[in-house]
Design a protein around this ligand. Sequence first.
Ligand SMILES: Cc1cc2nc3c(=O)[nH]c(=O)nc-3n(C[C@H](O)[C@H](O)[C@H](O)COP(=O)(O)OP(=O)(O)OC[C@H]3O[C@@H](n4cnc5c(N)ncnc54)[C@H](O)[C@@H]3O)c2cc1C
Ligand code: FES
Length: 242
Amino acid sequence: MRTAAAVIMANEAIARDVYRMILKTDLGQEVQCGQFVQVAVPGYFLRRPISVHRADAEGISLIYRIAGDGTRTLSELKAGETVDLFGPLGSGFPLLDEDITLIGGGVGVPPLVETAARYIKAGHEVTAVLGFSDREVVICKDELEALGCRVIIATMDGSDGYKGTVIDAIEKAGLTVSTVLACGPLPMLKAVAERYDGYISLEERMACGIGACMGCVIRTPDGDSRRICKDGPVFRIGEVEL
Ligand SMILES: Cc1cc2nc3c(=O)[nH]c(=O)nc-3n(C[C@H](O)[C@H](O)[C@H](O)COP(=O)(O)OP(=O)(O)OC[C@H]3O[C@@H](n4cnc5c(N)ncnc54)[C@H](O)[C@@H]3O)c2cc1C
Ligand code: FES
């Protein structure tokens, strides 16, 4: 991990309050799927952690939702400006030698796209079950289909795909779930962990992002602890208490 200046190639809205930032940086070649970077936001002391959506030798892309002032400032940056990155950080998703089911919710979906690309490149079948509040915030569907994934959509208001949660969609579609790689809101991850085997990525609030401040600690079932930023954010289901 290291700091790197990145040039913004594009920074555009792709859904309601959701932006994609394409960055030219040599960090891209070091990224494992499911890892994140800490982005320095002009005027803010703490960096904001954002998962890597796609990565290659040319650079990386990030997909982020405006959640507060920091991400709003990020959304106002223009092509040609630079941002400072620190990363890549975290454990990332494992590359297993098997077919997988990706389960994503909201802005937990972006890190699953690079993950899907790497599994498909390795010759595996990838099914993606993606949950959103409504059709205005559906992201990455076309991109995952273009990569070769089977994509199942769930929206809470039924405006796209199955009505309800990702679990409802899996049941209604009669899907047989293979090993799961999941990222999204905590209630979704809890529901996934109660039913399936695999790995989850916890995008909790962070401060230092490098394992130094203990601000992101989570308990294990045997009373031990893990730092989400350094030991995770990806954990095997059952390794930590949700
Ligand atoms: C490892 C990791 C990866 C992440 N990847 C992405 C990503 O790919 N795309 C994306 O849109 N977001 C992602 N996030 C969440 C993102 O970091 C926060 O939304 C962002 O830091 C908020 O900054 P802000 O200044 O805009 O909001 P703040 O003013 O700091 O907070 C605004 C609101 O957002 C809530 N919030 C802040 N951080 C989080 C968080 N981590 N999770 C849930 N709610 C939060 C606060 O409680 C508050 O209600 C990730 C977080 C982590 C830890
Ligand atoms: S954010 Fe500081 S230890 Fe994890």
